[in-house]
Design a binder for this molecule. Structure first.
Ligand SMILES: Cc1ncc(COP(=O)(O)O)c(C=O)c1O
Length: 400
C-alpha cells in the first residue's frame, strides 16, 4: 500500500487556496484530470448522440465510458448504470416507477438515519399509491440504525426497503447486507443510498445485496452527476414515464432528455483518479479501485481518530454519533454558540465546515437538535491531511 496524501493533494488545484476543505460531505473538489476531461470533451468537438458524424460518436463513447467506469467503481454492470442530474432527481424517478407496481395496503420501509432524498420520495410515492410507510429508528445514544428492528418492520406486504449505507452527518454505516437480506427474503426490493458512503471506502453492490444503489459523483471528486445502479434485468421490469421517441432500452429509458455529456467524461476521469489513489495499486481498474479505496479509507480513519479524539477532549464540545462503523464525518456543537456562528467563525479561520441539518431532517429531529440549528459538520475525504485536522482543532479550541 502506498497512500501518499501529498501526491493526492497535488492533483487538486483548488486545495492551493489556503482553506482547509472539511466540507467534502457536501461536495468535493476536482482533480486537474477531471477538469481536463470535461474541458477536453468540449474542446474536441461535441455533438448530440446518435448522429452520423465523429463529434456525435464521441458523445456516445463518453456515455458508454462513463457507464463502464461507474460499473467498475460499484461492482455492477454498465447496462445497469442510470445517469442523471443528481441523486434526488433520480430517486424521485425510481420512486415513481416503482410505485406504479404497488397496491393499496403494500408497505414501504424508510429510515430516520437517512438524508431526506432517500425518505421523502418514498413517503410521497407511498401516499399516492395508498401504501403504508414504516419507519426504522435510530438509537439516539449511539447513532446506530439497528438491523435487528427490521425483522419487525419487513413483512409479506413490504415492497421496498430504503435506507442509507452511511449517514451524511454522523457517518453511521448500518449493516447493509443484513438488512437487504431480510428485504430479499420477504420478496421486497432494497434501495440503498450510497451518496455519503461511496467516497469513504470500496463498494461492492453484490456483497451489499442492494437492488438499487444511488451515488453522486460530486461527492467523490467528479462533477454534479447522479447515478443509480441496478441489475439490468430488474430495470427492464420497470416502465418509467418517458417520451414516445426516446430510447426504450435499459438503462436509457430512465434517463430524461439530453445528458451533460462533458460531465460524463468527468465522471469517468474521477473514477480513474480514485483508482490511482494508491500509487502501488495494480491490476484491472476494478482491482485498483478496491485497493485504492481501501487505502483511502484507512488514511481517513487514521486522521479521523485524531479529529474525533481532539473534539471529544474539549469540554465545550459535544459530538453526535458513536456508531461502531462510521465514515470520517464529525458532527458537533459548541456550548453557548449557534452552529451557524461556529461555521462562520471557522470560515474566518479559513476552515470550511457546514452547519445545520444538512437535509438529515428526520435524524436531527430524532436527536432533538433540529430546532436549535442542529450541529456543525466537519468531514474528511481522501485529500485531507493532518494540517486540515489540526487547523480545525485549533479553531474549535479557541472557542473554549
Ligand atoms: C447521503 C446523501 N443522500 C442524498 C443526497 C442528495 O444527493 P444529490 O445532491 O445528488 O441529490 C446527499 C447530498 O448531500 C447525501 O449526502
Amino acid at each position: 500500500m502506498a497512500y501518499e496524501v501529498g501526491k493526492v493533494r497535488a492533483c487538486y488545484p483548488a486545495l492551493a487556496d489556503g482553506y482547509a476543505y472539511l466540507d467534502g460531505a457536501a461536495g468535493t473538489q476536482l482533480p486537474e484530470s477531471v477538469i481536463s476531461a470535461i474541458a477536453g470533451a468540449y474542446r474536441a468537438g461535441m455533438g448530440n448522440a446518435g448522429g452520423a458524424f465523429p463529434a456525435s460518436d464521441r458523445a456516445a463513447a463518453i456515455t458508454q465510458g462513463c457507464r463502464e467506469a461507474v460499473a467498475d467503481l460499484l461492482g455492477g454492470e454498465p447496462d445497469g448504470v442510470i445517469l442523471g442530474p443528481n441523486m434526488t432527481t433520480l430517486t424521485y424517478r425510481l420512486a415513481a416507477a416503482l410505485a406504479d407496481t404497488w397496491q393499496a395496503g403494500d408497505e414501504v420501509v424508510v429510515s430516520r438515519l437517512d438524508h431526506d432524498a432517500n425518505v421523502r420520495p418514498w413517503v410521497q410515492a407511498a401516499r399516492r399509491a395508498g401504501a403504508v410507510v414504516r419507519w426504522a429508528e435510530v438509537d439516539p445514544a449511539t447513532g446506530e440504525l439497528p438491523a435487528a428492528q427490521y425483522t419487525g418492520l419487513i413483512g409479506d406486504r413490504t415492497r421496498l426497503v430504503a435506507f442509507s449505507a452511511a449517514s451524511n452527518v454522523i457517518g453511521t454505516r448500518p449493516e447493509v447486507p443484513a438488512i437487504t437480506a431480510m428485504a430479499r427474503a420477504a420478496g421486497a426490493l432494497s434501495y440503498v443510498d450510497g451518496v455519503h458512503a461511496t467516497p469513504h471506502g470500496p463498494v461492492d453492490i453484490g456483497a451489499l445485496g442492494a437492488d438499487f444503489y444511488a451515488t453522486s459523483a460530486y461527492k467523490w471528486s467528479g462533477p454534479h452527476i447522479g447515478i443509480v445502479i441496478g441489475d439490468p434485468a430488474l430495470l427492464g421490469t420497470l416502465r418509467p414515464d418517458k417520451l414516445v421517441p426516446s430510447p426504450d432500452a435499459v438503462p436509457e429509458r430512465f434517463e430524461l432528455g439530453t445528458p451533460a455529456f462533458a460531465d460524463l467524461a468527468g465522471v469517468a476521469a474521477a473514477v480513474d483518479h480514485l483508482a490511482g489513489l494508491d500509487g502501488a495499486a495494480a491490476g484491472t481498474r476494478r482491482e485498483r479501485l478496491l485497493a485504492s479505496m481501501t487505502a483511502a479509507e484507512r488514511h481517513e480513519q487514521d486522521l479521523f481518530a485524531v479529529l474525533l479524539g481532539g473534539l471529544d477532549g474539549m469540554r465545550h464540545v459535544t459530538t453526535y454519533g458513536k456508531a461502531v462503523r462510521r465514515t470520517a464525518t464529525a458532527y458537533f456543537t459548541i456550548a453557548g454558540m449557534a452552529p451557524q456562528a461556529v461555521a462562520e467563525r471557522m470560515a474566518s479561520r479559513k476552515v470550511n465546515v457546514w452547519s445545520g441539518h444538512n437535509y438529515a431532517w428526520e435524524l436531527t429531529g430524532a436527536l432533538g437538535i433540529r430546532e436549535s440549528g442542529s450541529a456543525v459538520r466537519a468531514g474528511l475525504v481522501h485529500y485531507n491531511d493532518e494540517s486540515d485536522v489540526s487547523r480545525l482543532l485549533d479553531a474549535v479550541g479557541e472557542l473554549g
